[in-house]
Design a binder for this molecule. Sequence first.
Ligand code: MRU
Length: 357
Amino acid sequence: MRIEGKEYRTIWFENNIVKIIDQTKLPHKFTIKELKTVNDTINAIKKMEVRGAPLIGATAAYGIVLATLENNDFSFLMKSAEKLINSRPTAINLKWAVDRMMNKLSGVNSEKIFDIAAKEAIDICEEDIKFCENIGLNGLKIIEEIYKKKKDTINILTHCNAGWLATINWGTATSPIYHAHKKGIPIHVWADETRPRNQGANLTSYELNEEGIKNTIIADNTGGILMQRGEVDMCIVGTDRTLSNGDVCNKIGTYLKALAAYDNKIPFYVALPSSTIDWNIKDHSEIPIEERSSKELSHIEGIDENGNIKKIQVYPHKSVSMNLAFDVTPAKYVTALITEKGVCDASSSGLKKLFNK
Ligand code: MRU
């Protein structure tokens, strides 16, 4: 997708270096960062220079590629794989991508290991782009149905950033929006600010602006009243881990939006590639929910009048704060899942029909 009119992907590999858009600097500074070692990729994931479930999976895949350049002894790769998987705990795409890389590399002789790793990481990225594009085409049909009845601007509420910046291209929740916009359907997006890291304001609104899609940033608690006033036609969010029973783990606050949507009879869709499905965990209480530094709550970052990025404290210095990064929306509040294979019920039978598992 575009930034200042130029096409970008969120991650690419050039001259044995991984290049990323440093998302901690957005929206104020557009910076391309180079990752040269597996530890660089681990740090980029931990610091959230790259974030969003599919993108951290792709970064971890490239982490394995860089590890093969540092030391192609399989025990080094195994240790690197474990560190990558543990760099952020909630999004299943991370483990999915690392396991896929390690399965591909197991038994490969050392002369070929880099080439095979590089090809697999590129394949993971290309596949994600294709899957996100298909999610868009499948989601577009839903938007078209709503537009046929309403014949006026469709107001879509989204939470966090499940945009192209969270994937390689297109995004998951935003892909139907981009496809609808390209078809000329008038769209307006309500972008939840998404405290504490403000991915909705800093990333979703930013990327929609760059694509010329109308959007309004709202405080996280505003969605409810907008729904009561009839100002939300549908919600679309992403997910970091969806269970085989249809329960959806996503950015903290998603659950409350789903409850408000349910109470107001507003369709609540979750868009995801199959790499986000956890077929093993049966109960959502087993999902590891990341707890991040409370400083992400007590301090806030912005740009001052001289164009410098500054961090300031906003909470009383004696106050304790708690920063859980994700929550779980039970399947009963999800209208449907939008996947690369089609749209299905958020249930084991719905997912089984599409994925034959
Ligand atoms: O903490 P983040 O910014 O990595 O969280 C991202 C989200 O919660 C997204 O909604 C999710 O990863 C889906 S991305 C297509």
